[in-house]
Design a protein around this ligand. Sequence first.
Ligand code: FES
Ligand SMILES: [Fe+2]
Length: 389
Amino acid sequence: MTCAAKTDGRCTQTPQAFVWSGKPLGQARSAPASFYTSQEVFQAEVNQIHLKHWIFIGRTDQVAEPNSYLAVDTVGGPVLLTRDQNGELHAFANYCRHRGAQLVEGCGRRQRLVCPYHAWGFGLDGRLLRAPGMEDVPGFDLDKESLIPIRMAEWAGNVFVNYDDSAPDLMTHLGGFPALFASHKVEDMRWVFGVEIPAACNWKMLLENAMETYHTGIVHARTVGAQTSMTFDGEENWAAIQVQSTMTTAVLDKSAPAPFPQIASLDEQAKKGTYFTLLHPTTQFVFAQDCMWWLAVRPVAPDRSVLSVGGCFPKDYVALPNFQELAQPYFTRWESVAKEDVGILERQQKGVSSVLFKPGLLSSRDDVVHTMGEWIRQRIGTAIYNDPF
Ligand code: FES
Ligand SMILES: [Fe+2]
């Protein structure tokens, strides 16, 4: 997969397999205010996008050991990823089958998950093992009260859930996405970092922002600084840009060699920079020359989201005795740059809530903002917008 039509280092070609029906860049404006502020639009997105597509919830190595679990909130409610005592992975709705209390928080290892309300106990395979005080209920059957499973799939150690049993499978959704990043060998990486950042802005702002480098020299003037990028021909369900830098963009100090070497298996294109991707609808994976990190966005309300930032390194790096010390600059970069973005996006949310708001012209560097808007518009329709794009 290559960049086919470049202008000043950027592609201008519409992603393949993408039916464009909006105005072309140069004439296109940003979306109307209702795209970011309307409860009706938000609810349409939940019903027609979020509950029908794959939601990234974490890494298999976050539940590496038998009897381990990880609780993750999603737009469809709390979710529980477990590895049972036989090593099998499961995903469940994270609530107790008695009267619905959230079963677990955080992560850990336990022989059984005991509800903090009335102490029903579940195995990590989801089976109800004990329900004290239920002996006198006629017909009560432990076997009928297991945790509710959610459709789950994995690619290269990345775990996704889908609330729609009829949605295309994960690998169909990904299409050619894994091939572009195959040389990073993400399946051999280990999760080492995670932080959740509340953001008083619409979920789409976080993803749009993550896919353009127009803002980086301004918003990140004191951190990553100005960047240039090229856009790859994506496919229907994903887009990718590559920030051109032979040094990893995952550390801020460019005056010294990066703490970790390049991943030995990188292909020639991967050596040239850091891929920033948008995997519709709510996940950004970033593939640098020495690590992978992600932004996973959870929509909460039209003007509220949660940004989860996570990071992985090749397992050989993680095994180094001074790994934590070497990795600290990466952790600092991931969190500080994400917070700079959230800061400007909260201002953007305030701005678009003006009753006088009129969409502005998009720049040529807003190309993925443009295609992302179209992807959403095609799934929820335009009838509910106040203004056409
Ligand atoms: S809600 Fe869990 S045991 Fe009652
Ligand atoms: Fe940014």
